[in-house]
Design a binder for this molecule. Structure first.
Ligand code: UD1
Length: 417
């Protein structure tokens, strides 16, 4: 298994470039199942999760080509509506094929996703919404069996704001007869980008950017060519690297509107931010000030940046708190950061962090995607050498993170194992 060896180094400078958003590309790939023919996605980075999704679409019968910066998906011959356990257990986002398969083929068999390192992650909201649209759902032998002769519009209220359930329901409702209304829908940029893609395919969805969405069912959808939005979590990770740095860096090719909560918090820590179109230059303060974080649905502070921000607070003056209301168990990185001599105490789903002058390099283990990004940042900040093992987690969602960070002055070596 590959690992990173990271030497202390915060003498960063220059430009670092943001790739396309994994969490927007995954549902866009599933959406291609809705329109027979060849769709093309642009601005697609090289990520393990996208390879897993491409594999799944091929199993279902699509022809997928994954090249440098693009993916083409021809879903003309989609005929085998099943997402097997070995793929769903690798990547929960496989559940995104459920809505499109039921909408297009009238049936789907998708392995029930289990828990994962960031806690239990149910799919009850996905299933309830599909049932409301007229599908029958049975859970049998670890699989979700969904069937519908035809889907019919419904008014659906989500008890919790869920990115996945909102997107899955949108993808099913595009073919439902009548007008579906979704209340308390998620407003994450990845939901908006899926709406843009579906509308370009011929769907009629209104309400984008709000918690109430209206979907007027249509009879046909058509293949499209679509650029993917920049990855706000990758951009946020790089901005946090900039906050830890000794010099300004510029994060290029992001959408600052997607990053408001993080940018506000970075300003509270004393960072100066200069935004010029899609580029953000971050100038770190002499001393990082502590601040408190509460993760919330968009436009609140994203749970996917919680671990990385925790590292910044480890290096801040004073005491700060980081509370995760979305995934309360998402604190596996805390034990690893403690190995680097961070001073963090947990109280339920709140990390109480006392800033330290220095972290101290050690061997640590990545537990999940965003926790591994946090450990890379911590390794750059720690005195001496840090080794991060199990970095396949990071390759799921970051395209060559070590090359990108090294291009601005980090000292990270990948050891192929
Ligand atoms: C997506 C992102 C993930 C991010 C998360 C929250 C992808 C591939 N993943 O995950 O990186 O951390 O949004 O921004 O885009 N819930 C239920 N029942 C359900 C579905 C969700 O109770 O049926 C709960 C979850 O346990 C969680 C909350 O709702 O507490 C939000 O989860 P959700 O927005 O659905 O996360 P994902 O779509 O799985």
């Amino acid at each position: 298994m590959d690992k990173f060896t990271i030497e202390h180094g915060l003498d960063l400078s220059g430009n670092i470039y943001v790739s396309g958003a994994k969490n927007a590309i995954l549902p866009s790939m599933a959406a291609c199942l809705l329109a027979p023919g060849k769709s093309i996605l642009r601005n697609v980075p090289n990520l393990i999760d996208l390879k897993t999704m491409a594999h799944l679409l091929r199993v279902i019968g699509a022809r997928v080509e994954y090249g440098e910066g693009f993916m083409s998906i021809d879903s003309k011959d989609v005929c085998y509506p099943e997402a097997p356990y070995e793929l769903v257990s690798k990547m929960r986002a496989s559940i995104y094929v459920l809505g499109p398969l039921v909408a297009r083929l009238g049936k789907a068999r998708v392995s029930f996703p289990g828990g994962c390192a960031i806690g239990t992650r149910p799919v009850d909201l996905h299933l309830k919404a599909l049932e409301a649209l007229g599908a029958t759902i049975e859970i049998e032998h670890g699989y979700i069996n969904a069937k519908a002769d035809k889907l019919v519009a419904a008014d659906i209220y989500f008890e919790k704001s869920s990115v996945g359930a909102t997107i899955n329901t949108l993808m099913a409702a595009v073919y439902a007869e009548g007008t579906t209304r979704l209340y308390n829908a998620a407003m994450e940029p990845e939901v908006d980008s899926t709406i843009d893609m579906l509308n370009k395919m011929g769907a009629k969805i209104t309400g984008k950017g709000s918690t109430t969405l209206e979907i007027e069912g249509v009879k046909d959808l058509f293949p499209v060519e679509m650029p993917m939005i920049p990855d706000r979590i990758e951009a946020g990770t790089f901005l946090i690297a900039g906050a830890l740095s000794q010099n300004p860096i510029t994060v290029c090719g992001c959408n600052p509107e997607h990053l408001t909560a993080l940018l506000d918090k970075l300003r509270e820590t004393g960072c100066k931010l200069d935004i010029l179109g899609a580029d953000i230059t971050i100038t770190p303060p002499e001393t990082i000030k502590s601040t408190n974080i509460l993760t919330l649905p968009h436009p609140g502070f994203p749970t996917d940046l919680q671990a990385q921000f925790t590292v910044l607070m480890c290096m801040a003056e004073g005491i700060s708190t980081v509370e995760d209301t979305i995934f309360p168990d998402r604190f596996m990185h805390v034990a690893e950061l403690s190995r680097l001599q961070a001073d963090i105490r947990m109280e339920r789903n709140i990390a109480i962090i006392k800033g330290v002058k220095d972290l101290s390099g050690a061997e640590v283990m990545a537990t999940d995607l965003r926790a591994s990004a946090a450990l890379v940042l911590a390794g750059m900040a720690a005195k001496g050498t840090t080794t991060v093992s199990r970095i396949y987690h990071i390759d799921r969602g970051y395209d060559r993170i070590e090359e990108k960070l090294n291009s601005i002055g980090a000292k990270i070596r990948r050891e192929i194992g």
